[in-house]
Ligand binder design. Structure first.
Ligand SMILES: Nc1nc2c(ncn2[C@@H]2O[C@H](COP(=O)(O)OP(=O)(O)OP(=O)(O)O)[C@@H](O)[C@H]2O)c(=O)[nH]1
Ligand SMILES: [Mg+2]
Length: 440
């Protein structure tokens, strides 16, 4: 991974986040629908999140979050990494009561922040989830600290953190108490905790690092030239180099790309939440819109006597509906993207819509053929027209409902959309990078 590729990824991410921010912060997205104060208030945290993503890219601020259960040595680990005792540590449970971030350093390429967190078993329920979410979302790399026998609880906590899509290292601390333990054994033990059927390992063996952040004092024999030797309890220096090296290697190799990816993941998340909230608030208007289209479509298709024209008309109506829905929701969508979404819906609905489409064509031909054969025979014309109208109305409704679901999944479309940029970056990452392994 060259650093020029990293810079390129960062540039792409900046353009993408900027685009999202421009779109969602501007009044343009409301088209002819008046901006609603309730909606604007509801999406304020998401706009904040987009701004934070942009700021992170601009400051090139790489954030490492440290998680684990109580007393595993999370704070001691951060002290050892920065080389000073900046955080309180101690044998009591719950020494760290809330997340705290400190600046590790300002490298050539990146600024580095470390976030210490309270033990995941120290705080409960919703508060724990909120804390974990808030910290994990801003993290570019997560260190999960364990010491001693791995527990089911730790396995579950790691599994939950995995869902944030951030790369993670397993740090086995207090290795001074287990001199015979190696990463392979830790790997096996962790695997053994997985419930049956879960065979994807949570970590690769090379992402397990053994350290001793604050080793226990040892009885040490001190020799003096001028007096007899004596024994004293002395704390050996921390064993932290393997972790420091691993982190620096990751930063050098893929730090900028990781930063870019995480800002994009944050953006995609914010966009999806904005879409979700807008959809909820505009649900009634959307359903009214879909019904109106379904009726018009049915009517237009039924009365039109020219074969194929009804099919073309129905397609136009569907595309119009999709774009109108996107406008109602204030989501960016070009006609090209509307077409792509329409095809996705048509082929994605298990062939039902496709069959209706074909039926409409046949009924349309039959209708016109009947009319030409005996212009006086209205009943054949009406019979086919009726079938056609029912199918067209139904498909209009189905397309509308399906479009709603797709739009709900977020608005990160287009070549600069977060999803496309994420996919592009992942494709360019070398196979053995942490990024490609964990997110790919
Ligand atoms: N033997 C040994 N003890 C350690 C090591 N690292 C930390 N400890 C001890 O473990 C205890 C807990 O360390 P902390 O850093 O406070 O742990 P924490 O995970 O931050 O704990 P909370 O903030 O309470 O969740 C302290 O008494 C440390 O001295 C180590 O490498 N070896
Ligand atoms: Mg602590």
């Amino acid at each position: 991974m060259t650093s020029s590729l990293g810079h390129l990824h960062l540039q792409q991410a900046r353009a993408s986040v900027q685009q999202a921010l421009n779109w969602f912060a501007s009044a343009r997205r409301h088209w002819n629908y008046p901006p609603e104060p309730t909606l604007q208030a509801a999406v304020r945290p998401q706009l904040q999140s987009l701004k934070a993503a942009l700021a992170k890219i601009e400051q090139k601020l790489f954030t490492i979050a440290v998680f684990g259960l109580v007393s595993q040595g999370k704070s001691a680990l951060i002290n050892a990494l920065v080389g000073e005792k900046r955080l309180a540590t101690g044998p009591l449970h719950g020494v760290t009561a809330w997340p705290q971030s400190l600046r590790w350093g300002q490298g050539e390429k990146l600024a580095l922040d470390l976030i210490d967190t309270p033990g995941l078993d120290e705080i409960d329920g919703q508060r724990r989830e909120d804390m974990a979410q808030q910290v994990a979302r801003q993290a570019d790399l997560i260190l999960f600290v364990v010491s001693g026998d791995l527990t089911q609880r730790e396995w579950r906590a790691i599994r939950e953190l995995r869902d944030y899509g951030k790369p993670m290292l397993l740090v086995f601390n207090k290795i001074d108490l287990y001199p015979d333990l190696d990463r392979e054994t830790i790997y096996q033990k962790l695997q053994a905790l997985a419930p049956p059927g879960e065979n994807r390992p949570l970590f690769d063996p090379e992402d397990i690092i053994c350290v001793a952040a604050d080793p226990q004092p040892q009885l040490t024999r001190l020799e003096y030239p001028d007096r007899p030797p004596e024994e004293q309890w002395l704390a050996p220096p921390p064993l932290i180099e393997p972790l420091r090296e691993k982190i620096l290697a990751i930063l050098n190799r893929e730090g900028l790309s990781l930063l870019a990816l995480n800002a994009l993941i944050q953006t995609r998340q914010a966009e999806a939440e904005i879409a979700q909230k807008t959809l909820e608030l505009r649900e009634e208007q959307a359903d009214a819109l879909i019904w109106k289209y379904a009726q018009y479509k049915a009517l237009a298709v039924a009365v039109n006597p020219v074969p194929f024209l009804d099919v073309v008309g129905a397609l136009t109506a569907d595309l119009f509906l999709i774009r109108s829905l996107a406008r109602l929701y204030g989501l960016p969508m070009t006609s090209f993207e509307a077409g792509r979404l329409w095809r996705k819906i048509l082929f994605g609905a298990g062939g039902v819509l496709l069959a209706e489409w074909f039926g409409s064509l046949v009924w349309g031909l039959d209708k016109t053929a009947g009319w030409l054969e005996s212009p006086g025979n209205l009943s054949r014309y009406l019979g086919s027209a009726f079938l056609q109208a029912g199918a067209a109305g139904y498909s209009g409704y189905a397309v509308g409902q399906a479009a709603k679901v797709y739009l709900q999944q977020g608005a990160s479309w287009g070549p600069l959309g977060a999803s496309a940029v994420i996919a592009g970056i992942l494709q360019e990452m070398e196979r053995d990078t942490l990024t490609a392994r964990l997110l790919g």
